[in-house]
Design a protein around this ligand. Structure first.
Ligand code: XMP
Length: 318
């Protein structure tokens, strides 16, 4: 039977009403399609007893907080932004193991939401967790591929009850629900962005300088790929971004030697993120991105293109 969006919306609204009752809830709203759909349904269920919070970890896209606030306002959601960048950089300083990084990020999220919940008296945390998040986080005999920040990264002693209305859905189904809810297309068609943000696009230790490099490179990749898609040169990939490798290589500018970072550009085709194929982007587009990145971000001396599928790779680097 095809997925019935109206039935899903009606049933999940009733389920949230039943779980939350007369209590207040906070929602972790990142502005991605998953958390935006969860917020829209929860708002139907409990109205202004829902408090939407965006945590700026310092590992978000360029101007993300401002952009998300404006975007969700169009869907009638008033977003409270918490600036936690310093807190995150401090907690992640010196940590280079991918799973440790994910656990620290997941724990911090919860501590921040507990703090925010106290302010409004909320007892419930609504999250836009979807099926691949918990499937890849392991358990029930499955291997842990990576601890998604909102599942395997959660601390055990959490002081909030979890409510996850989208737990059984895949990304393409969430997009169908977003369209049925008439959320703006910039939300329903938005490319996925991982909860831990740029942390999983910086291989190894995270520093504010590295975050700044990846953020600017991601903005260039997004812009060039979206413009190319608008011109009809390519089909817009499912997801596209840049990631920083912990490798410096030798290069030359003019007649001067330099020794700088290596960036990877990744663009993939997929339906649900469980399996992916790399997008065969045209050489002219690859060259444009590479030239812009090395010209505009002087700390980058080399740009690579990732031609690996999932499996055996994953979408993100960590
Ligand atoms: P991977 O890297 O596991 O990514 O192949 C599959 C999809 O999930 C996103 N991703 C995450 N999303 N929390 C999220 O909300 C996470 O911890 C997380 N890790 C990866 C990734 O961007 C891709 O769309």
């Amino acid at each position: 039977m095809p997925f019935n969006t109206e039935k899903f919306i009606t049933e999940s609204t009733a389920k949230i009403s039943g779980q939350v009752g007369e209590k207040h809830a906070v929602i972790a709203l990142s502005g991605g399609v998953d958390s935006s759909v969860a917020a829209a349904i929860a708002q139907r269920a409990i109205g202004n007893r829902l408090h939407a919070v965006f945590v700026d970890t310092g590992l978000m896209r360029l101007d993300e907080a401002k952009h998300v606030k404006e975007m969700v306002a169009k869907a009638g959601i008033d977003l409270h932004v918490v600036d936690a960048a310093d807190e995150y950089f401090k907690a992640l300083s010196g940590v280079d193991d991918p799973e440790k990084k994910r656990k620290i990020i997941g724990e911090k999220f919860i501590r921040i939401f507990e703090r925010e919940a106290k302010k409004s008296g909320a007892k419930v945390l609504v999250q836009g967790t979807i099926a691949p998040d918990w499937i890849e986080s392991g358990g029930s005999g499955r291997d842990t591929i990576k601890s998604h920040h909102n599942v395997g990264g959660l601390p055990k002693d959490m002081g909030l009850e979890l409510c996850e209305p989208l737990r059984d859905l895949y990304k393409h189904e969430v997009r169908m629900v977003a369209r049925a809810l008439k959320l703006p297309a910039e939300i329903s068609e938005r490319q996925p962005f991982p909860g831990p943000g740029l942390a999983v696009r910086i291989v190894g230790e995270i520093t504010p300088e590295k975050a700044d490099i990846v953020r600017r490179a991601c903005a260039i990749v997004e812009f060039e790929i979206e413009e190319s898609a608008k011109r009809g040169e390519i089909e817009r990939p499912w997801q596209y971004f840049a990631a920083l490798l912990p490798v410096k290589t030798v290069g030359v500018r003019g007649d001067e030697r330099h020794y700088n970072y290596t960036l990877v550009v990744r663009a993939v085709r997929s339906l649900d993120g469980m399996t992916i194929n790399f997008s065969p982007l045209p050489p002219a587009l690859l060259e444009r991105m590479s030239t812009r990145i090395t010209n505009e971000i002087r700390h980058v001396g080399r740009v690579l293109y990732d031609v690996t599928n999932k499996p055996p790779a994953t979408v993100e680097m960590e």
